[in-house]
Ligand binder design. Structure first.
Ligand SMILES: [Zn+2]
Length: 310
């Protein structure tokens, strides 16, 4: 049977077969399909909520973990930079600004983060004056700190926020994990106020590391990433629900190179289902920062950020 693209109904073909979990080695084999029309990529078989759960071993998956010190520092710098409070600080970090996560510092505004993990980003948003809410279906009982940030253990589709509640909805590295893209994006649209903004960050299937590492590109992270977008097809997706695209930006982050090297080495081993013992550390991420800057400058970044408005 001919494969059809779940986004545009165009004809889709297998790009890579025999893909597998190169991070936690949960069993299963997948192929990665690419639409010949809009270039949207999707895994096959596609997993639903229940089937995908086993690929998130709670003891391993990073979003359950406390964030690394380096990651917290990165977000601290990003939030401070976008608060524009300190001119000297901004001059100092200006050369690296294209690598920073774009915090929408807009005091008094209401922001919802879908898939907020332990709430690290919400904490920065709250610190700079936004009113926060968060949804994270996976994890242990909520701590007091999480409750104070407005986090609930709920799926967006089961949330009971009134429509037009939020000025901002953010999804950072979340959309690619969600089986029912339609339902979640429609719901996000309804929860935004008129003029409200949806900020999505996903891996960029058009980036340089994708071209170099192919099936071992870290952004594929099969099968946790069900879908891979690029600047062209994310636009098609969001316009479907009535969003207006304000801005599309690509940038690079050192962990994309770091992770791609790790996947490549795993794949080159005799025993493919074994962690590679080369240690990937904070140091490699710091060393790769100048490379990420160069790749961002060349417009080959592996991260895609979209700002869409209702
Ligand atoms: Zn398509």
């Amino acid at each position: 049977m001919e494969k059809r693209c779940p986004l545009c109904e165009g004809k889709a073909n297998i790009l890579y077969s025999s893909m597998y979990d190169k991070d936690y080695f949960v069993s299963g084999e997948f192929s990665l399909n690419k639409c010949s029309n809009c270039e949207f990529k999707f895994i096959e078989p596609l997993l639903n909520e229940k089937q995908i759960a086993k690929y998130y071993p709670p003891s391993e998956y990073y979003s359950y973990h406390k964030k690394s010190k380096l990651s917290i520092l990165y977000h601290k710098i990003s939030a401070e930079y976008y608060s524009n409070k300190n001119l000297l600080f901004n001059i100092l970090f200006w050369p690296f600004s294209s690598l920073l996560y774009h915090y929408r510092i807009d005091p008094g505004k209401k922001l919802l983060e879908i898939g907020c993990g332990d709430g690290m980003q919400l904490e920065f948003y709250k610190k700079y004056g936004l009113r926060t809410a968060g949804l994270e279906p996976y994890g242990l009982n909520l701590t007091q700190r999480e409750k104070n940030l407005g986090i609930e253990r709920k799926n967006i589709l089961k949330s009971n926020f009134p429509t037009e509640s939020f000025d901002y909805i953010i999804m950072k590295e979340v959309l690619e994990h969600i089986p029912n893209q339609d339902a979640v994006l429609k719901k996000s649209y309804s929860l935004l106020k008129n003029g409200g903004k949806l900020i999505i960050v996903v891996p960029n299937g058009d980036g340089l590391w994708n071209k170099i590492f192919g099936k071992n590109w870290y952004g594929y992270d099969v099968p946790r990433h069900l879908y891979t977008y690029n600047p062209k097809n994310i636009k098609i997706r969001l316009e479907k629900y009535g969003f207006k695209i304000n801005k599309i930006r690509t940038y690079d982050i050192p962990y994309m190179l770091d992770g791609s090297i790790k996947f490549y080495l795993v794949d080159k081993q005799k025993d493919k289902r074994k962690k590679h013992n080369l240690i990937f550390s904070s140091l490699s991420k710091i060393l790769f920062t100048p490379i990420s800057l160069l790749v961002t400058y060349m417009k080959g970044g592996s991260i895609l950020e979209v700002e869409a408005e209702k």
